[in-house]
Design a protein around this ligand. Structure first.
Ligand code: NAD
Length: 483
């Protein structure tokens, strides 16, 4: 067991130290694959948050990161990446048990986290301003400054890699960062503190606090001591945070939910579509913001597509994450109940349950891989995010109809299209209302490709060089040379 988790208690990472939080309060963390207790997590309250805020501000004002030579900051981040790989085996085991995801998927989160630090470490000394020509009487240039203290609230579906997705550019830009971990699976993320400690990241520049969203999370984002909010999570929480941010006029980055559609044209390769469907809706039990939640298929190949999707759903391996199956449990009993309810709502609204449709009869919170066919695009199940292993299939006749259906929700996170026709690819990709369009491969892209939403899926971009500019503000310096 690591030093941060002793006697079954995982601690908060507060400015370089492991602390228990306030009043001995804890959050119990459960293994959704077998309903066993994994560990307790020390809950940070008001006093611990105040210490983290003070440490972050002091560190920022001292210039611990911001005044470091940018190339040294880059090298520091490369050390963090190496240390993340060093804790990956221990972390993946803990994350697998607390989140229910497969051991391989948990390991991939640590690997991806390391890659975020490498990517943004590599650009720490390339955040270049501009020189603006105003004629011979002026010298004018812009510089990019860090915000100061970045408050980051992380969801439970990919706690480690999503935390790194925001922490790495925040550090590269020179901010101090306070992370609020998700209460359902905070332990793997807290372990990142160990990599930061081992890499000698200046104490105070990063704290990772555990607590309940409506309590610790709400206090953190409402604090007048923060300079930026980065939120990844659901639409209702994002809206609550934005209301609170309006009071303090705090700049915010919102990465919210989705109901993303794949559009499958008549010339699509169905083997490719099925392999996309497997990862698109069954990876991490469909608990993915950019999941393939809807599949719109040209009527000429619709029946075959439904048949193949049904066979796929009925044939995938199911098990505890430690066994590395394709299909793993839902994070909690409450989430599972919501997903089951969505499936029964679909039935009421006239959808055909081609596969699954209810929980599996086994210990743990398992939802059967579910294919809903003939889904009315305006029905609730086609409009609302389910966040589970459930996809909605609907036929279409024309390209225009497919685009209208794909764009016909209040979300706009990603979209996909499957065709061999290059002209159609470009035409349709431009018309899809989404921050990212996958062509012939769901989840194509990676750390280097900008990601983020349109509409209620949020605003701002994570990943890629573009994300870096969400962690800085522009200052213009205009110098008169006339005197
Ligand atoms: P959630 O909104 O319930 O919680 C997210 C985080 O916010 C948690 O840490 C939670 O404790 C905290 N929180 C809750 N109430 C809060 C409040 N009032 N103030 C401050 N913080 C608060 O979301 P979830 O169930 O953890 O995650 C699933 C959702 O996240 C889905 O909607 C999914 O689509 C979305 N998501 C989006 C992205 C993206 O990049 N766009 C990535 C992953 C997940």
């Amino acid at each position: 067991m690591s030093d941060f988790i002793n006697d079954g208690l995982a601690r908060n990472y507060l400015a370089g130290e492991w602390v228990e939080g306030d009043n001995g309060d804890v959050v119990a963390v459960e293994d959704p694959g077998n309903e066993e207790h994994v560990a307790d997590c020390a809950k940070a309250g008001e006093a611990t948050l105040a210490k983290a805020l003070r440490a972050a501000r002091t560190s920022f004002e001292r210039g611990d990161l911001a005044d470091m030579q940018p190339s040294s900051r880059g090298r520091l981040m490369l050390r963090v990446a190496a240390e993340i790989r060093g804790i990956a085996a221990e972390g993946a085991h803990l994350l697998c048990r607390e989140s229910g995801k497969s051991l391989d998927a948990a390991h991939d989160e640590f690997e991806e986290a390391a890659q975020y630090f490498e990517y943004y470490g590599g650009v720490a000394d390339k955040i270049e301003g501009k020189s603006i020509p105003l004629g011979p009487d002026y010298a004018d240039y812009t510089i990019y400054e860090p915000f100061g203290v970045s408050a980051q609230v992380v969801p439970w579906n990919f706690p480690v890699s999503l935390a790194a997705r925001s922490l790495a550019p925040s550090m590269a830009a020179g901010n101090s960062t306070i992370i609020k971990s998700p209460e359902l699976d905070p332990i793997g993320l807290a372990l990142l503190g160990k990599a930061l400690q081992r890499a000698d990241v200046p104490a105070g520049t990063v704290s990772i606090l555990n607590g309940i969203g409506a309590d610790l999370g709400a206090r953190l984002v409402a604090s007048s001591e923060i300079d930026q909010i980065v939120f990844t999570g659901s639409v209702p929480t994002g809206q609550a945070i934005l209301r609170s941010a309006a009071e303090t006029v705090t700049p915010s980055l919102m990465e919210l939910g989705g109901k993303s559609a794949a559009v499958v044209f008549e010339d699509a390769d169905l083997d490719t579509v099925m392999s996309s469907l497997q990862s698109g809706i069954f990876y991490n039990a469909g608990q993915v913001c950019s999941a393939m939640a809807r599949v719109l298929v040209h009527r000429s190949i619709y029946d075959e597509a439904v048949e193949r999707a049904t066979a796929l759903a009925n044939g995938i391996s199911v098990g505890h994450g430690l066994e590395n199956p394709v299909h793993t449990p839902i994070i909690s009993a409450a989430q599972l109940a919501k997903i089951e309810e969505a499936a029964s709502m679909a039935r009421q609204d006239g959808a055909r349950v081609a596969a699954g449709g209810s929980r599996l009869d086994r210990k743990g919170y398992f939802m059967a891989p579910t294919i809903l066919a003939d889904v009315d695009p305006s029905s609730r199940v086609a409009q609302e995010e389910i966040f589970g292993p459930v996809t909605c299939m609907t036929p279409f006749d024309t390209e225009a109809e497919a685009i209208a259906m794909a764009n016909g929700t209040e979300f706009g996170l990603v979209a996909g299209l499957y065709t061999k026709d290059l002209a159609r690819t470009h035409r349709v990709a431009r018309r899809l209302r989404a921050g990212q369009v996958f062509v012939n491969e769901w989840f194509a892209g990676g750390i280097a490709t900008p990601f983020g939403g349109v509409g209620k899926s949020g605003f701002g971009r994570e990943k890629g060089l573009e994300a870096l500019y969400n962690y800085v503000r522009t200052k213009n310096i205009a110098i008169s040379l006339k005197a």
